[in-house]
Design a protein around this ligand. Structure first.
Ligand code: SAH
Length: 438
């Protein structure tokens, strides 16, 4: 589960029922304490309502014949999106617009997201009239009608229909929990193989769960459509329920030559879900958000945007190391440190640097020697930087040999040229290592 997800620790059910009495009849006691029957639809609904009520102040009305969204899993997706949006906070983007594809009767994603993020608003689509009318009343019940707008569409229309209807529409992200299955048989086969745990299968209507070709084909359609919409949306994302779909969707992303993408994994009990993000922008997300350690999936991972170099440090004098890094950055011709956050005790420090072109490689320096003086460094700010990166020291625990483990971390934030980023990171770590050993 996401590190900020409070449901990493299972809730105290009896306490929850005190706050939300409608849950009381669903509580079962056993020798180890209290729980609920997770196979019982009513119990599941009450649990979802209770958690949303207690932890988010959300009042939800869930119709019986539609999916009951499990809160921990839905929250995981929202927290991951927060991480992605956080990546570009340095741009000073104030308000965030998200598109929820297939919002369902609960409108769970827009409601949770808006409660957690005061600056977010949503367009929420669905093809199911009944779900949309429930979604609308859930939105109104929570006083969020000014921030969440529902959008009725059809299965035949483009998935990103709102972008077609309004040619001026721009969004920060799209999200989707797609219908998983390709047919009723697929639903039964999956239930038999226990691929999806009970709460995903037992309460959905066909329209919520079944789409031609299943989730893989739905999300690949999204990838295809996104090519045309391009940078009108910054981050395209979707959840996926099957590992095989993940392989197919990443294949589609790579097939379009999109290298700016990421994968995450949501694990809740025995249930595993994945989510993908892709973008046509030159903004880069950190490896903690875009890569996972699952050994089965390494061949699908995007290239690294977070480079960590272990640096030999004889005495871990943090202040000195921060100074060395600061000086190494200041010495890069034509680059500019635009922001430096250094804590009082130097235990944490982060420098954001803008560079317009490679001035640091041997070849660049030789060229400059022949070509006269270097470009005016103050001109960098005026021109669009081709590289934005952030650098910081990571001070680890004491290593086995007694010396502490110290890493220089270089995070790619923006830019189109991977070689420029990697070259810059290795230049700085070389300069820093040289300065330390002097
Ligand atoms: N977001 C909710 C519901 C997910 S179920 C949740 O996470 O709990 C999938 C939803 O997608 C259903 O509500 C279904 O009606 C909707 N849907 C199916 N095809 C769609 C399409 N082409 N465009 C938009 N929504 C669609």
């Amino acid at each position: 589960m996401h590190p900020r997800n409070p449901y990493r620790i299972p809730p105290d059910f009896s306490q929850l029922a005190k706050v939300y009495p409608a849950l009381e009849p669903c509580i079962i006691s056993y020798s180890g304490g209290f729980s609920i029957d997770f196979k019982n639809e009513t119990s599941q609904r009450r649990l979802t309502e209770a958690l949303l009520h207690r932890d988010f102040g959300i009042r939800l009305n869930l119709p019986l014949n539609r999916l009951c969204p499990p809160v921990p899993n839905r929250l995981n997706y929202v927290l991951w999106l927060q991480d992605i949006i956080h990546t570009t906070e340095f741009l000073g983007n104030m308000s965030v617009l998200g598109l929820d594809i297939g919002t369902g009767a609960s409108a769970i994603y827009p409601l949770l997201s808006c409660k957690l993020n005061p600056d977010w608003s949503f367009l929420a689509t669905d093809v199911d009239k009944f779900s949309l009318s429930c979604a609308q009343s859930n939105i109104e019940r929570n006083g969020l009608a000014d921030r969440i707008q529902v959008f009725e569409t059809t299965p035949e229309a483009p998935i990103f229909a709102p972008f077609h209807q309004d040619p001026n529409l721009k969004a920060d992200f799209t999200m989707c929990n797609p219908p998983f299955y390709s047919s009723r048989d697929d639903v039964s086969a999956s239930a038999d193989s226990k691929e999806f745990e009970p709460n995903a299968v037992c309460t959905g209507a066909d329209v919520e769960m079944i789409t031609e070709g299943g989730e893989s084909s739905f999300v690949r359609r999204m990838v295809d459509e996104s090519v045309e919409i391009g940078q009108r949306c910054r981050w395209y994302t979707s959840m996926l329920g099957k590992m095989s779909s993940l392989t197919e969707v990443i294949g589609a992303i790579r097939g379009h030559g999109i290298q700016n993408y990421g994968i995450t994994e949501f694990i809740q009990g025995f249930t595993r879900r994945w989510a993908v993000v892709w973008s046509f922008s030159d903004l880069r997300i950190s490896d903690t958000v875009a890569r996972i350690a699952n050994p089965q999936l390494q061949n699908l991972m995007p290239p690294r945007n977070t480079l960590r170099q272990a640096i030999r440090v004889p005495t871990p004098d943090k202040q000195r190391l921060v100074n060395i890094l600061s000086e190494a950055l200041a010495a890069v011709e034509g680059a500019r440190v635009v922001n430096a956050e250094i804590s009082d005790d130097s235990s944490s420090s982060r420098f954001i640097i803008y560079a317009s072109k490679n001035t640091w490689s041997r070849a660049a320096r030789r060229k400059n020697k022949q070509g006269g003086p270097l470009a005016d460094p103050t001109a960098v700010e005026a021109s669009v930087p081709n590289l934005i990166a952030s650098l910081q020291w990571i001070f680890g625990d004491k290593g086995a040999a007694g010396g502490s483990e110290t890493f220089l971390e270089c995070q790619w934030i923006q830019g189109k040229d991977r070689n420029l980023f990697e070259g810059f990171a290795s230049h700085i770590s070389r300069k820093v290592s040289e300065a330390i050993s002097h």
